[in-house]
Design a protein. Structure first.
Length: 307
């Protein structure tokens, strides 16, 4: 199964994350362990690597694949629960915290997962089908302006209002049940040359909304900092401009010390610097990597170190 996903910026992720071969590491988006496998190659037998993944199919497969490596502990929950994972494994502080956001090529290409507009599946789009609400509930019930907002903000779709109004009209006749129901509606009103991009934008936007991906990212970053040991690193790989902005702004904010106005005689904000940014500019994949793996093209890696 893991052959279907090539880890992005693999060498760069290892170089930025690993600072102590005996340390405790957290991979919040374990997937099939494409990145973690390489981290483990660099780590000693006394190291620990905790992985989380929301997707049950992916999690179960990885649990089996890594069952022989006693350094690996896996949990089928959201990476926002990094603190819970640390407590369960008696970890006081991590040497490295890693996340490679979004979904994998395997999830996009596998019919059973139902993430792709190219294959007919229930219109669900949840990574963990046992939590939250499915995409069809949003598509069939949300107000037109809320749907438009999702397509505009998370998908940067310029025809967001038009698509939302078509959805509202169509669902009165027949509610949306499958990925194909939605793909067909978009297909009917989109010129062929724009079709793939528009379908990708609409489905990606819905997936981000359904999984509350941006809120989870913010929570994960906030939870992570106090769990990093001094000198420990946090490395995040994003594929969407909004995600990248969240990481960039968060790192910048954590790099700031006192934010009192300069004319204050003493500090009363109590704000302390917690991170030092390692990547002044985000690292992007090389042309060669993009050539080999198209999914890498929008990848951006940012890293910061705990003070
Ligand atoms: C891009 S893939 C990671 C691939 C992995 N780095 C590899 O190379 O094999 C992202 C994975 O993270 C999972 N995921 C996404 N958001 C998550 C979250 N908030 N908490 C836990 N897992 C998440 C997805 O189910 C998916 O398996």
């Amino acid at each position: 199964m893991d052959k279907f996903h090539s880890p992005v910026l693999l060498k760069e992720s290892v170089e930025h994350l690993i600072t102590d071969k005996d340390g405790a590491y957290f991979d919040g988006t374990f997937g099939f362990g494409g990145h973690s496998r390489r981290f483990l190659e660099q780590l000693s037998q006394s190291a620990l690597l905790i992985g989380t993944d929301l997707d049950q199919i992916v999690f179960n497969q990885s649990l089996e694949n890594f069952s022989q490596d006693s350094r690996v502990r896996l949990y089928n929950f959201n990476f926002t629960k990094i603190g819970v994972a640390a407590r369960l494994e008696s970890v006081e502080g991590f040497t490295g915290i890693f996340a490679d956001l979004g979904v994998s090529s395997y999830q996009l290409d596998n019919e059973e997962e139902g993430f792709s507009y190219r294959m007919t599946a229930p219109l669900d789009l949840r990574m963990n089908k046992a939590e939250g609400i499915a995409a069809h509930e949003i598509v069939n019930n949300a107000e037109a302006h809320d749907l438009a907002k999702i397509f505009r903000e998370f998908g940067e779709e310029i025809q967001s209002g038009y698509i939302a109004s078509l959805i509202v009209k169509q669902r009165k006749i027949k509610p949306f049940k499958t990925t194909t129901d939605l793909a067909k509606l978009i297909e009917d009103v989109t010129p062929q040359r724009f079709l793939v991009k528009r379908l990708s934008r609409v489905f990606q936007a819905l997936r981000i909304a359904v999984n509350k991906e941006l809120d989870s990212l913010k929570e994960f970053l906030e939870e992570s900092v106090p769990l990093l040991k001094p000198g420990g690193r946090i490395v995040v790989l994003t594929y969407h401009s909004l995600e990248d902005r969240i990481v960039k702004d968060f790192f910048k904010e954590e790099e700031k010390g006192c934010v009192c106005p300069p004319n204050f005689p003493v500090c009363n904000c109590d704000k302390e610097q917690t991170l030092k940014i390692i990547t002044k500019k985000p690292i992007s994949p090389s042309i060669a990597e993009i050539h080999e793996n198209r999914r890498a093209r929008s990848g951006k890696l940012r890293a910061a170190e705990r003070i």
